[in-house]
Design a protein around this ligand. Structure first.
Ligand code: AMP
Ligand code: MN
Ligand code: MN
Ligand code: MN
Length: 284
């Protein structure tokens, strides 16, 4: 399967904080020329059976996927899992625990926004939630746009619900060790998502990659919606420095909010080994 270039191994559906269903995403990916697809909802694999069926319907090769929220040195880091058994009990249970606490966090976020004069945001955000176990900051952002507090969701993430801004509530997610072990224990491959988005010092970033490898992590996203040319070069370099496979994914959430659509990304640099090569036996 070395001939695949347009793999898109990172996106979200209504099962987490995307706005399209798995059944809408699969034909959209196919129409955009995607040759291998994965749905990677946050902390949730409840959409995998639907994505597998929708991909088959669209004639699109598919890898199971998930994006696990992790707390590492007090920062939130995302770890993508690919090509695992989506019925694996330890993975299912680990993700269930990782989702726990989102509702309480959402109520605390809403209380904090009420203190700055924006009441009822929890109830408002719920209208956008497709999965009651997965209320996310994206749903808050959509409601704050709806009521005119901000013009677009990106503006919400500049002015509210991020560290130091009204509505932010710190949260402890899964450990790096557990996230990697749940994924690899289910036969999958773990990938550091969009490393260019974390505001880590060089030492912290080195520690992240070193610990990730020590726990059995094998890949890093090199080409993704949040990365620019400098990130492609930097993380392609990390692939050789840390002996990692390279992944590629848009992180598409919504036709109106996401600036990178499914499959609309540059190809991986020629120097790296694509993460999907050793996963060929796990394609659906
Ligand atoms: P949560 O898991 O509830 O903390 O929500 C995280 C989600 O919020 C991410 O997966 C993104 O979809 C969204 N998000 C975070 N930061 C931004 C940003 N600066 N602009 C747009 N969306 C963002
Ligand atoms: Mn998201
Ligand atoms: Mn992410
Ligand atoms: Mn994502």
């Amino acid at each position: 399967m070395t001939h695949i270039l347009n793999a898109d191994l990172h996106c979200h559906s209504v099962v987490s904080d995307g706005t399209l269903t798995p059944e809408e995403l699969a034909p959209r990916a196919k129409a955009n020329g995607v040759a291998l697809w994965s749905l990677t909802d946050h902390d949730e694999i409840g959409g995998q059976a639907r994505a597998i069926a929708a991909a088959r319907q669209a004639g699109l090769p598919y890898l199971t996927g998930v994006e696990v929220s992790v707390t590492f040195v007090n920062a939130t880091v995302h770890i993508i899992g690919l090509g695992f058994d989506h019925t694996d009990p330890a993975l299912v249970e680990g993700l269930r625990q990782t989702r726990g606490g989102r509702e309480q966090r959402a109520r605390a976020m809403s209380d904090d926004l009420a203190r700055v004069g924006i009441p009822g945001v929890y109830e408002g955000a719920l209208k956008y939630v497709g999965n009651p176990e997965l209320i996310s900051r994206s749903h808050f952002a959509r409601y704050l746009v709806e009521i005119g507090v901000c013009k677009e969701t990106n503006e919400v993430f500049r002015k509210y619900i991020t560290e130091g801004k009204p509505g932010f509530v710190a949260h402890r997610w899964a450990t790096l060790r557990n996230a990697v072990r749940w994924i690899t224990g289910a036969g999958g491959l773990a990938v550091i998502a969009h490393p260019g988005r974390y505001h880590l010092t060089a030492n912290e970033e080195y520690a992240l990659f070193t610990e990730f490898k020590a726990h059995g992590g094998q890949g890093v996203e090199v080409v993704t919606g949040a990365h620019g040319q400098a990130d492609y070069v930097k993380y392609a370099g990390f692939c050789s420095e840390f002996d990692l496979l390279a992944s590629r994914g848009s992180d598409f959430h919504s036709p109106t909010e996401s600036h990178t659509d499914l499959g609309k990304l540059p190809n991986l640099p020629g120097s790296v080994t694509p993460v999907w090569e050793p996963l060929a036996a796990r394609f659906h």
